[in-house]
Design a protein around this ligand. Structure first.
Ligand code: FAD
Length: 471
């Protein structure tokens, strides 16, 4: 069927809950396209011969092909097409920074807005979950087995791809629930947890086993996986879960959290449903979140939903430099989060009872660009002032936990504690591969998935030649 391209210059808008309603609940903010909206948006795709959008996708989703199927109303075929290379489309459709990836390469973006590739991917995945049936062919086992450390997007992708190639794959996960940051970091209102679990259940149908409550480096060592349990290879996708702190006076006061703890209590432990769930979460009335990335936006928007009256994002650079996705910043602003830009905390202030009462901040101005290319913030002398707060959430970055490095012989890391791996994911230790945040430092879901995919192929290549290597 030949469909004429729809030359409208704007994306079909995404339906969403009104800001004054959604900032009081944890339900998903955006509600997704209807079939009519999806077909209409898909018709904006020009089906370019050179498929530039695909160059922006680390897992090589065949974007124009799936979009053409959506345009024809063939949603299940579109789902099959996406899942040829992407095992987590409902997740990627929601949280990928498409504006920096596939959509940044879309030629429709030259004169107007690019095709809403992410929204279409989400639509297809959701439509399949609601109306489709999984067609799973369990692969024949090839007699080799691989252990995967960590069940975030990187570990899940590596595990799924290896299982589909016939490997017996077991994921070892430290937490009681699989999913990594998708479960413990990104809030329910951006990524419903039931959706993550549905995508994980599908991977299990390919034979992937998941052992939760198992900390590699404590319960079992990487060396034991290879030497005693007999895995042929190990893929480490353990993420960057160690929070960085400001290192200023008063950071030990009650009421000061790392974003990691704050969000884990809310998401993984369902703190916002306390006492129905047994993990409490303290959130006061005046909350300051320090940092300007996606994690900071998630913490600030969560605080608002927990009933805080004033929620501030305190960030030492300007709005232009905020590293969070533009959509997340806009959503936070609409929900009433206040941005105190060009300000930096110098000390936390507490009462005699040991609880936080305020923070001293200093005004900043931007100087010359630093190594990251962003203009370096410099304190304005004598501009110190105090902001009254009762809760602080520090969200200035995360690095890999050093446990695996410390307990594994011959595994090299860099000065930031990230495992050193080549482009294929091979580390300094034979038969040990790594990828995702544990290699790059905190990055994105899709880059972690891309690394898992590349390493799965590299492991396959290596293990096919294993006997030869040992000769
Ligand atoms: C709050 C928040 C919001 C974010 N928002 C976005 C977004 O909107 N879009 C986006 O693209 N990216 C976002 N990111 C970043 C993205 O989630 C990460 O880049 C991605 O999850 C990294 O995947 P990973 O598989 O490498 O690691 P993770 O997702 O961190 O998974 C690692 C897993 O390994 C487990 N583990 C760690 N150590 C061990 C061990 N010793 N033994 C066993 N298991 C272990 C951990 O418990 C965890 O489950 C966000 C991150 C955070 C924290």
């Amino acid at each position: 069927m030949i469909i004429m391209a729809n030359m409208r210059n704007t994306k079909n808008p995404m339906p969403e809950q009104a800001p004054c309603v959604r900032n009081k609940n944890f339900l998903e903010v955006t509600t997704g396209y209807t079939p009519e909206m999806a077909m209409d948006e898909a018709q904006r795709c020009l089906n370019c011969k050179h498929k530039p959008c695909m160059q922006g996708c680390p897992v090589a989703v065949r974007i124009p092909e799936f979009i053409a199927m959506v345009a024809e109303g063939n949603f299940e075929a579109a789902y099959e097409k996406i899942t040829e290379t992407n095992a987590l489309p409902a997740v990627c459709g929601r949280v990928c920074p498409q504006e920096k990836q596939c959509e940044s390469k879309c030629v429709r973006g030259i004169k107007g807005e690019p095709v809403a590739i992410g929204r279409l991917e989400r639509f297809v995945a959701d439509h399949h979950m609601a109306h489709g049936e999984d067609r799973i062919t369990v692969p024949q086992k090839n007699g080799k087995k691989v252990a995967v450390v960590g069940s975030g997007p990187s570990g899940l992708t590596a595990a799924g791809d290896l299982a589909k190639m016939g490997y017996e794959v077991t994921i070892y996960e430290a937490f009681h629930t699989a999913g990594g940051v998708l479960m413990y970091g990104i809030p329910e209102f951006r990524l419903p947890k039931a959706i993550v679990q549905t995508e994980i259940e599908k991977l299990k149908k390919y034979g992937v086993k998941i052992e939760t409550n198992t900390i590699i480096g404590k319960t079992l060592l990487v060396d034991e996986l290879l030497e005693d349990i007999g895995y042929d290879a190990v893929y480490i996708g353990s993420g960057a879960g160690l929070p960085s702190f400001l290192g200023i006076e008063g950071e030990e006061l009650n009421g000061v959290y790392s974003a990691n703890e704050f969000l884990t209590r809310i998401n993984l432990m369902k703190g916002y449903k306390f006492p129905e769930y047994d993990t409490p979460i303290y959130c006061g009335k005046k909350v300051a979140v320090f940092g300007g990335g996606n994690v900071a936006m998630d913490a600030a928007r969560s605080a608002k939903r927990l009933g805080a009256e004033n929620v501030y994002i305190i960030y030492r650079r300007g709005k232009e430099e905020l590293p969070a996705r533009a959509e997340e910043v806009a959503h936070a602003e609409e929900e009433g989060v206040e941005f105190l830009l060009l300000q930096n905390p110098t000390k936390f202030i507490g009462g005699l009872d040991g609880w936080l009462t305020g923070v001293e901040v200093v005004d900043m101005q931007l100087g010359e660009p630093d190594a990251s290319g962003r203009r370096r913030p410099q304190a304005v002398e004598g501009s110190e002032h105090i902001i009254e707060i009762d809760t602080a959430v520090v969200s200035i970055g995360q690095t890999p936990n050093p446990l695996i490095k410390k307990t594994t012989k011959g595994l090299d890391t860099n000065t930031r504690g990230c495992i050193i791996a080549d482009e294929q994911g091979a580390t300094s230790k034979p038969f040990v591969y790594a990828g995702g945040d544990v290699v790059t430092g905190a990055a994105t879901v899709i880059l972690a998935m891309g690394a898992g995919k590349t390493a799965a192929l590299a492991i396959h290549d290596k293990l096919q030649n294993k006997e030869i290597d040992h000769d």
